[in-house]
Design a protein around this ligand. Structure first.
Ligand SMILES: [Fe+2]
Ligand SMILES: [Fe+2]
Length: 232
């Protein structure tokens, strides 16, 4: 997990322990001993609820994990580490469960205020998972916190850049955007594999290639033939 969680010692700046202010989600979770001893069974139930109601669709978390693991193999990670990442990546959006109903489960493009609210799913997800001891959930907490950070520093919640961002999050970021492009949403159609690749590598009105780790993009191109064949 060390390579996936690099840089060692956390995310380097900004949030530290996520949401640890007086009214932050970390403090809320810390006061709830039941959540502090979160069981994997409970987590599975939460994920089921998330995937049942999230407009990204029920299989999105699993597909993101699968693509992220394929990319991780290109970085020399062994099978065990790739499997760990595949599982941990399914937790990337678990913080959406703590979102207000009109933000979580949205069926339209969010306005700026709702988008800022939605961005808190990173902190909430990390706080929710923070006390877990299972390695895959601990890695999931790190991914939940950092999967919207961007290589060029334009992401959230901490504006990390480059290798300040854990490798696991750099891999999940590309896998997440790829799967989102391939998926039909209430407010947009699905792209085929070639168009999704083109938008990631060349950019569009919402995506800039500079937001991704160039080494992860190179891995995406190498594994593109396999990724194109994944069942949907
Ligand atoms: Fe997310
Ligand atoms: Fe996602």
């Amino acid at each position: 997990m060390d390579k996936l969680a690099s840089p060692l010692g956390g995310t380097g700046k900004g949030s530290g322990t996520p949401g640890d202010g007086p009214g932050g989600p970390w403090m809320v979770v810390a006061r709830l001993p039941g959540l502090a001893a979160l069981h994997e069974e409970a987590l599975a139930g939460m994920l089921a609820r998330l995937t049942a109601t999230d407009p990204e669709g029920p299989d999105h978390p699993m597909r993101v994990g699968r693509v992220a693991a394929m990319l991780a193999a290109e970085f020399g990670l062994d099978g065990g580490q790739c499997d760990l990442l595949a599982r941990a990546a399914t937790l990337h959006d678990v913080g959406k469960l703590a979102m207000p109903a009109d933000v979580f489960g949205h069926r339209h493009v969010l306005d700026p205020a709702a988008r800022r609210e939605m961005e808190r799913h990173t902190l909430l997800g990390a706080a929710l998972l923070a006390h877990a001891t299972a390695p895959w959930i601990r890695l999931g907490a790190l991914i939940a916190l950092t999967h919207h950070e961007r290589w060029d520093g334009s992401g959230y919640p901490d504006g990390l850049s480059g290798e300040e961002i854990p490798l696991a999050a750099r891999l999940v970021a590309v896998a997440d955007v790829y799967d989102a492009l391939r998926s039909e949403r209430p407010y947009k159609g699905a792209q085929d594999h070639d168009e999704a690749m083109r938008r990631i590598l060349e950019g569009d009105d919402r995506i800039r290639p500079g937001q991704f780790d160039p080494a992860v993009l190179a891995a995406l191109q190498r594994r593109a033939p396999d990724i194109a064949l994944l069942p949907r």
